[in-house]
Design a protein around this ligand. Structure first.
Ligand SMILES: NC(=O)c1ccc[n+]([C@@H]2O[C@H](COP(=O)([O-])OP(=O)(O)OC[C@H]3O[C@@H](n4cnc5c(N)ncnc54)[C@H](OP(=O)(O)O)[C@@H]3O)[C@@H](O)[C@H]2O)c1
Length: 386
């Protein structure tokens, strides 16, 4: 019927039947027996063709699809062919900034053997710094793909994305308004199997539209696009704010030098934060999780605290009092009204709320999986020691 491949690595010889005797192992209806890594991409169950998954290698596992296909009934071939991609899983990380590099490190730390199957999308290089980054990534055996997310069309991006089985978008709000919608449409159009969109932030289902930060509105649109289709599986990693962003002088929340802590809206309002390194590790863990996580929002949390607790932590770290300044809603709204083009003021307004920007650490993926993350106190200690 079908031929075995030459590769017998991992095969259990005691269970290896002869080719002639194979018939007794196969039922009368068409059956395709594949290794688990391929099975996730076969969506044929509801067409009367059964997919059996083998974890333990058995001779049957080596009946790879191309050798089985000639023996299938024509009807079954037609059902199978358009829905089946026989490719080695490949991953494209879009962007190699703070988050992109952390995600690449997380993927390599978890599966160093997969290095050859990971590509990174960078913009067409214009300076020596970008060239140097590309060389460093190539030295790690990663492949470089070039595209300008700001100017590339949906069709152009779809053509770039099509060869990949997994795409992880690590370029937040670069490229201007509409870029995340455009990337998402291109991923869906390309028929990419699995997508991790740029949603490494707040709970956009709760925050919804009209938060005062237009980039948050776009994130809600991305969720609508993903939920409105079934061709591409997606996983959203909800991380809260990047821990580094909490201390970013331009954001103006914590000033460690002065020292001063601002509360957004109320001292009781809470925030969840996660470091970019931990987001990278967790994204890799979530993608590798068994059973496979499909079409779900996964909540992670490096730390969750109120602004009052944040001020306590800063004081504890510095060993002296910090000035505490409350920015109330009226003040935050009027600042946005008088500086309508200032993204940071919009962020301060959007984060000033008691829902959607924080969740209990106890119900996070990392706590459920026993994965230890860097909380704010540890982050501050590491920063001091750096
Ligand atoms: N959750 C949060 O707390 C939070 C808060 C605020 C902002 N963010 C957002 O997080 C985003 C991503 O985080 P990050 O820190 O990794 O950002 P980042 O360090 O700025 O990295 C962005 C990446 O995208 C690339 N890029 C920029 N413009 C591009 C274009 N037109 N075409 C192709 N690639 C392009 C950059 O390349 P180059 O190096 O060549 O520019 C870089 O590799 C940021 O955009 C930021 O807006 C997150």
């Amino acid at each position: 019927m079908a031929q075995r491949t030459g590769n017998s690595q991992g095969m259990d010889d005691t269970e290896r039947p002869s080719v002639a005797g194979m018939g007794q192992h196969l039922p009368l209806q068409p059956v395709i027996i594949v290794a688990e890594r391929i099975a996730g991409r076969l969506r044929v169950r509801n067409h009367g063709i059964e997919v059996q998954v083998v974890k333990r290698y058995h001779a049957c596992a080596f009946f790879l699809l191309p050798t089985v296909l000639p023996f299938l009934h024509q009807d079954h071939k037609e059902l199978l062919m358009p829905e089946t991609k026989i490719t080695t899983p490949t991953t494209l990380v879009v962007g190699a900034g703070e988050l992109g590099l952390a995600v690449i490190n997380g993927l390599l730390e978890r599966h160093p053997e997969n290095v050859g199957s990971i590509s990174v999308l960078l913009r067409p290089s214009v300076d020596a710094v970008q060239e140097q980054l590309a060389r460093q990534l190539q030295d790690k055996a990663l492949h470089i793909v070039r595209a300008d997310l700001a100017t590339e069309t949906v069709e152009g991006l779809a053509a770039i994305f099509a060869p990949f089985t997994t795409i992880i978008c690590c370029t937040g709000f670069v490229g201007g308004p509409g870029t995340q919608r455009k990337i998402t449409k291109a991923v869906i159009q390309a028929g990419v199997e699995r997508y991790v969109p740029w949603q490494f932030g707040v709970d956009y289902d709760v925050v919804g539209h009209g938060s005062g930060q237009p980039v948050f509105d776009e994130q809600s649109d991305v969720r609508d696009l993903l939920r409105g289709q079934s061709a591409t599986e997606w996983v959203i990693v909800s991380t809260g704010m990047f821990t580094s962003f909490l201390f970013k002088p331009a954001f103006g929340l914590v000033d460690l030098e002065r020292p001063r802590v601002h509360a957004l809206g109320s001292w009781d309002n809470r925030l969840t934060v996660t470091t970019s390194n931990d987001i990278g590790r967790l994204t890799a863990a979530i993608l590798a999780h068994e059973p496979r996580i499909r079409d779900e929002v996964v909540y992670v949390a490096g730390d969750t605290f109120s602004y009052a607790q944040l001020a306590d932590m800063v004081e504890g770290h510095l060993g002296r009092d910090a000035e505490r300044v409350l920015l109330d809603m009226d003040q935050l709204r009027s600042e946005v009204a008088s500086h309508p083009d200032d993204g940071m003021r919009k962020y301060r307004l959007a984060f000033a709320r008691d829902t959607g920007v924080a969740w209990d650490k106890d119900r996070s993926f990392n706590v459920a999986q026993g994965i230890d993350l860097t909380d704010v106190s540890r982050w501050l200690k590491q920063r001091k020691g750096a």
